[in-house]
Design a protein around this ligand. Structure first.
Ligand code: DGI
Length: 145
C-alpha cells in the first residue's frame, strides 16, 4: 500500500496545529502508521532539503526547520502521495486554495506549516530518513486489530 511522509513544521507545532492537521488526514481515511514529535538536527535538515542547497533561501530554510520540534508522520492509503499534496495546497500560502491546509492556516511561503512528499521516490527517501522500520506499524499486524 502506498505511503507518504508528512511533517508539521515548527511554526505549526508552536501554534498547536499538529493534532488538527493529523485529524484531517485521519478523517480523509488515511492510516497513520508512524508519528512522532522530534527535533531535526542541522544535518538531517540539510539532507532532507538537499535539492534546494543552491537556492538563496537554503540557509533560512535550514534554520527555520530546526527552530523547534516538528511532528513527523507516515500516512498510508491509496493515492496518498498525490492526495496529501492536494490537501496541503500550493507552496505559497497566498496561492493555496481555502480548504487546503496551507490555504487555511498559513500566510508566508517561508512559514508554510507543513511538508508532504511530492513523488513516490521522495516518499521512500523521506520515510527512511525520518523513521526506522521499528517505528512504522503495520496496522493489520497490531495486537488489537
Ligand atoms: O514541496 P513544497 O514544500 O511545496 O515546496 P518546495 O519543495 O519548492 O520548497 C520547499 C520549502 O522551501 C517550502 O515548503 C518552503 C521553502 N521555500 C520555498 N521557496 C522559498 C522558501 N523559503 C523561503 N524562505 N523563501 C522562498 O522563496
Amino acid at each position: 500500500m502506498e505511503r507518504s511522509f508528512v511533517m508539521v513544521k515548527p511554526d505549526g507545532v508552536k501554534r498547536g496545529l499538529a493534532s488538527s492537521i493529523m485529524a484531517r488526514f485521519e478523517a480523509k481515511g488515511y492510516r497513520i502508521c508512524g508519528a512522532k514529535l522530534m527535533q531535526m538536527s542541522e544535518d538531517l535538515a540539510k539532507t532532507h532539503y538537499a535539492e534546494h542547497k543552491e537556492r538563496p533561501f537554503f540557509g533560512e530554510l535550514v534554520s527555520f526547520i530546526t527552530s523547534g520540534p516538528v511532528f513527523a508522520m507516515v500516512l498510508e492509503g491509496e493515492g496518498v502521495i498525490e492526495e496529501a499534496r492536494k490537501m496541503i495546497g500550493k507552496t505559497d500560502p497566498k496561492e493555496a486554495a481555502p480548504g487546503t491546509i496551507r490555504g487555511d492556516y498559513a500566510i508566508l511561503k517561508s512559514e508554510n506549516i507543513i511538508h508532504g512528499s511530492d513523488s513516490p521516490e521522495s516518499a521512500e527517501r523521506e520515510i527512511s530518513l525520518f523513521f526506522s522500520s521499528e517505528e512504522i506499524i503495520e496496522q493489520s499486524s497490531a495486537a488489537n486489530v
